[in-house]
Design a protein around this ligand. Structure first.
Ligand code: COA
Length: 168
């Protein structure tokens, strides 16, 4: 990663920059709107920006409900985006690594992500670990990463935040 990138918690003043990053990276509004709905609903548990002179990357995590094991603190990584002009410089990796460190330190047990295993595997996410769960996204792209011993024991149905039901 370029040494001039700083990863920090998102602030209210970052909202329009975060929206623009997701639209530029995904080429559509859906992911930007997902972030906004998660925030409005109070389901966003971690939101970080990566900044050079301005925010160029954003990562969001939202609450998950492990239905039969409600004491498990589980979250979903989504969405992650880096401005196309700033990609392939390690900024996405810095956002994921910093987030996972913060989540572990604050007692989260489990993270799930839906994405390419070739990208997320480098952070420890694995499709095999996700097979213990039943979610609307089951399949080869769903990956899990236990963040604690309790997270390793988690299993069963998982409910995503309501905002995900609006994603097409
Ligand atoms: C995915 C994304 C966040 C990566 O950000 P980044 O800052 O470019 O990532 P890094 O620099 O840390 O890593 C780049 C590496 O990831 C790889 N990569 C990027 N997107 C990938 C994908 N979808 N699947 C597999 N590998 C991917 C690159 O080829 C590159 O590989 P290399 O390290 O072997 O050269 C960015 O490409 C992006 O915003 N993409 C559009 C939105 C998106 O698809 N988000 C993820 C949804 S799950």
């Amino acid at each position: 990663m370029t040494s001039s990138v700083q990863v920090r918690p998102a602030e209210p003043g970052d909202r329009s920059a975060i929206h623009a990053i997701h639209v530029a990276a995904f080429g559509q509004e859906a992911e930007a709107e997902l972030v906004e709905r998660l925030e409005r609903d109070g389901d966003l548990i971690l939101s970080l920006v990566a900044c050079t002179e301005r925010p160029v990357g954003h990562i969001a995590f939202s609450r998950l409900n492990v239905v039969e094991m409600p004491s498990i603190r589980a979250c979903a990584l989504a969405p992650l985006a880096v401005d196309p002009h700033a990609q392939k410089q390690g900024i996405g990796a810095a956002l994921v690594a910093d987030s996972l460190r913060r989540l572990s330190q604050s007692g989260w047990d489990l993270a799930l992500v839906l994405g390419d295993p070739a990208y997320y595997g480098r952070f420890g996410f694995a499709p095999e670990a996700a097979r213990a769960f039943e979610t609307p996204y089951d399949g080869p792209y769903l990956q899990a990463l236990p963040l604690s011993d309790r997270g390793k024991e988690a299993r069963g149905p998982i409910a995503y935040a309501p905002a995900f039901a609006e994603l097409s």
